[in-house]
Design a protein around this ligand. Structure first.
Ligand code: ASP
Ligand code: MG
Length: 391
């Protein structure tokens, strides 16, 4: 018994039947004597549909109005879920983000949560109400995970369960990779890397926040009642060198070839990009030869052409090209920190599949390569097979 925060994603509340299913999970938890706060996101594709509606009218609409529009999706979900819980005979109240005490900064469409005033939530719980809170509301896309973790942290919940349409965190996308395995446990740092590198199961900001406040997460299925994956600080290693293989196709590779080899040029390039809020990921610079050098870097796909435009505005006598047909494939695992040969094993798997590596980047617990996008799925399978053998 305790306070449990449960978050349900869009597919878990996609239609009336699914909403009733969620109501049953929530009331089951409540019946066991727990206080329950539920965070829901918009039904199914609602958020994408609303964005499309806005684009039909004004693709450059003010971000404040986008937020105003998109909050409607979550408002529908909370009221429908409250009605479903009421139908099952339990006391319930739905609250919008601001009613639940969320206080954010005003960077529209990607606001940061400053704090949560817990009074209202606490008062509703004291009345033994099940509280259904609208997730997301103004924060970044897929922000409902973060809303749930923020509530769990503010109210020192005993558990934060993230319900979704898969059964937990897998070593690779189980729909694409044969023999992908569900992990029992994973550390915050590993989960953060996986989430950032393309695993879609949890939003990376929510993992960051969970780590910061020590909120233990469980990722589990709303459709199949079996234990999911626990995300926490320290885990038993399960004898695994790596925890997962991911791919990210949202990558553009920008190359500046034949650049003048003078001091300050890299500074100039990357400060111009950062001034335009362009986030650069992997950077590679060649040795200087004959007074020139090459600099190659990656950005998100839509930033590729923007970066080229910026570079062309102040660089001349060099060639600038942008390739958007690339993907980043990564392996993640705390085990590699103390295990030599991890990189070579990954490169061998790619070599055996005849896949060329264009760039490499590493940190303590991850190795990423940039390859042709058309090889991405093959690369993930080959690398996964090398590290996580079939049983
Ligand atoms: N419905 C919102 C979105 O799709 C928030 C969420 O699902 O977390 O971005
Ligand atoms: Mg989600």
């Amino acid at each position: 018994m305790g306070l449990i925060v449960q978050k349900f994603g869009g597919s878990s509340v996609a239609n009336a039947e699914r909403v009733m299913n969620v109501a049953r999970i929530v009331t089951e938890t409540y019946k066991q004597g727990n206080d329950v706060i539920v965070v829901v996101s918009a039904q199914g594709d609602t958020t994408d549909d609303l964005i499309e509606k806005a684009n039909e009218i004004n693709p450059k609409a003010a971000k404040r109005e986008m937020d105003q529009l998109l909050t409607a999706g979550e408002q529908i979900s909370i009221s429908l879920l409250a009605m479903a819980i009421e139908k099952l005979g339990f006391p319930v109240i739905s609250l919008l983000g601001w009613q639940a005490g969320f206080n954010t900064n005003s960077i529209y469409t990607s606001a940061r949560i400053k704090n949560i005033k817990p009074n209202r939530l606490q008062a509703e719980i004291a009345k033994r109400n099940i509280v259904v809170v609208a997730g997301f509301q103004g924060i970044n896309r897929y922000g409902s995970d973060t809303s749930a973790v923020a509530i769990a942290a503010a109210l020192k919940a005993d558990k934060c369960q993230i319900f979704t349409d898969v059964e937990g965190v897998y070593t690779a996308d189980p729909r694409k990779v044969e023999n992908a395995k569900k992990l029992k446990e994973i550390t915050y740092d590993e989960m953060l890397e996986l989430a950032t590198l393309g695993a879609q199961v949890l939003n990376n900001r929510s993992v960051e926040m969970a780590k910061k406040y020590g909120v233990e997460l469980e990722v589990l299925s709303s459709l199949n009642p079996i234990p999911g994956t626990i995300v926490k600080e320290v885990t038993k290693m399960e004898k695994m060198l790596i925890r997962g293989v991911t791919k990210d196709k949202d990558v553009a590779l920008v190359s500046i070839l034949g650049l003048q080899d003078t001091p300050g040029i890299a500074f100039k390039i990357f400060s111009k990009l950062s001034a335009k809020e362009i986030n650069v990921d992997i950077i590679l610079q060649s040795f200087g030869r004959d007074g020139t050098k090459d600099i190659v870097f990656t950005v998100s796909k839509d930033n590729g052409p923007v970066a080229v435009e910026i570079l062309e505005s102040f660089l001349d006598n060099c060639k600038i090209v942008c390739n958007t047909e690339v993907a980043k494939v990564s392996i993640v695992g705390a085990g590699m920190e103390t295990h030599p040969g991890t990189a070579s094993k990954m490169f061998e798997a790619l070599y055996e599949s005849n896949i060329n590596i264009q760039m490499i980047s590493t940190s303590e617990i991850k190795i990423s390569v940039i390859i042709d996008a058309e090889n991405a799925d093959r690369a993930v399978s080959a690398v996964h097979k090398a590290f996580i053998p079939n049983d």
